[in-house]
Design a protein around this ligand. Structure first.
Ligand SMILES: [Fe+2]
Length: 208
């Protein structure tokens, strides 16, 4: 019997992401529609998977292989964008004591972390993340060339920087560094602190 079909729903679009400095509402609205497209495709892939022929699964080509692979692309497209849009807002702010302490321990200071994230954003073909490694108890910058590359196990993204051209072509043409500047200037530290706060609470429970 095939596994139960999992379906997801797109989150409601937060008004705050239409109030950014330098990244236009038109660009964000078009970008949000892409996120909704990932949700739609995830649900479609799950439906197709339910009916896929498991006996015909084959590593060279099979419907089952294609669906399982593309499921990871859709999941990445959903989760990456949910972190990305949550990161952005007009509120500004700065890292909490808890997050700031871990940024200092892992990078030295916030500016050095942001330099690393910017470099990651220039080096990547899709995404750069600041993420928490649960095994090694540290933050680092990771890059990805697509929605489903190159996440590593047991690492949780805290900041997601989308560097696909659809993120910036409308407002910045091909000037990716200017877009990354705007992204950093529009970081919503309250939201980022909240995301890291969940990690801190878990670490405290574990006695770490
Ligand atoms: Fe995107």
């Amino acid at each position: 019997m095939p596994p139960t079909q999992h379906q997801v729903t797109a989150k409601p679009r937060p008004d705050k992401i239409l109030q950014l400095d330098g990244i236009s509402p038109e660009s964000v609205e078009a970008h949000w529609a892409l996120y909704e497209g990932y949700v739609k495709k995830y649900n479609e892939i799950q439906e197709r998977l339910a009916g896929a022929d498991r006996g015909a699964a084959n590593q060279i080509f099979s419907d089952y292989r294609g669906l399982r692979e593309m499921l990871t692309f859709a999941i990445g497209g959903i989760k990456n964008h949910e972190v990305y849009f949550d990161n952005l807002g007009p509120g500004g702010g700065s890292p909490s004591d808890g997050l700031g302490g871990h940024i200092e321990a892992s990078f030295g200071d916030v500016d050095t972390m942001l330099t690393e994230l910017r470099a990651g954003g220039m080096a990547a073909r899709g995404w750069a993340w600041l993420a928490w490694d649960w095994d090694w108890q540290r933050l680092d910058v990771y890059i990805g060339d697509a929605q489903n590359t190159f996440p590593v196990w047991n690492v949780t993204p805290i900041i997601a920087l989308d560097v696909y051209e659809h993120s910036y072509i409308r407002d910045f043409s091909t000037a990716r560094p200017k877009y990354i500047d705007a992204f950093v200037a529009n970081l919503d530290w309250q939201a980022i602190n909240g995301r890291f706060g969940m990690i801190e609470a878990f670490l405290q429970q574990m006695g770490g």
